[in-house]
Write a protein that binds this ligand. Structure first.
Ligand SMILES: Cc1cc2nc3c(=O)[nH]c(=O)nc-3n(C[C@H](O)[C@H](O)[C@H](O)COP(=O)(O)O)c2cc1C
Length: 171
């Protein structure tokens, strides 16, 4: 698959096979996360890799009972790190660190698809509950969960807007 095929064929997967993710693939996911760009290269982000079944169930509950989350063998919790504020102030905290985490996650979603895994980016959850479940330090704010596992479904691609709708050419 070339990169554009990987980008276009990746789908959000909400059903997973009961199959372990090989260690070497997990290591590649971690590489994809840390090699994403970040503001000032401060890498003000942190990722929790959750394999524990009971904790995954709690995360699913905190994510408004999206039960498929607990079905995935791995749930990654992406957090911004407010330490960025020291260098970039409010803009660092409210924008850059969120972009940093999002860039990492998109890298990882594409890598997982290339590796034959499926993922779903989950944004709907109660932030404070996730912080409590993982006992996060105050500087870390969870902004995304990603369920990861071997896909148990092949969803059709939801439509996209046309290129002309999405893009304005400035010449
Ligand atoms: C910021 C963000 C939040 C999302 N939150 C959820 C969510 O809470 N639950 C869910 O099932 N999917 C969630 N999604 C997945 C989207 O529904 C999905 O990406 C979109 O419908 C397009 O489908 P595709 O990923 O298969 O191309 C989220 C995606 C993003 C980028």
């Amino acid at each position: 698959m070339n990169l554009l095929d990987i980008i276009k064929n990746r789908r959000s997967i909400r059903k997973f096979e009961d199959k372990k993710i090989p260690e070497e693939v997990i290591d590649k996911l971690a590489e994809a996360l840390i090699w994403a760009p970040s503001a000032g290269n401060l890498q003000s982000r942190k990722f929790y890799f959750v394999f524990n079944q009971e904790i995954k169930k709690e995360l699913a509950k905190a994510a408004l009972f999206q039960d498929f989350i607990a079905q995935a063998p791995l749930v990654i919790v992406g957090c911004t790190d407010n330490k960025i504020e020291k260098r970039y102030g409010e803009r660092g905290k409210n924008l850059y660190s969120i972009c940093d985490v999002a860039a990492s996650i998109q890298n990882m979603l594409l890598l997982t698809h290339e590796q034959g895994l499926g993922t779903c980016w989950i944004g709907a959850f109660k932030e404070k509950e996730i912080s409590k479940i993982l006992n996060l330090p105050e500087n870390l704010i969870p902004i995304a969960l990603v369920s990861v596992g071997f896909p148990g479904e092949e969803p059709l691609a939801p439509p996209r807007v046309s290129k002309s709708e999405a893009i304005e050419i400035v010449e």
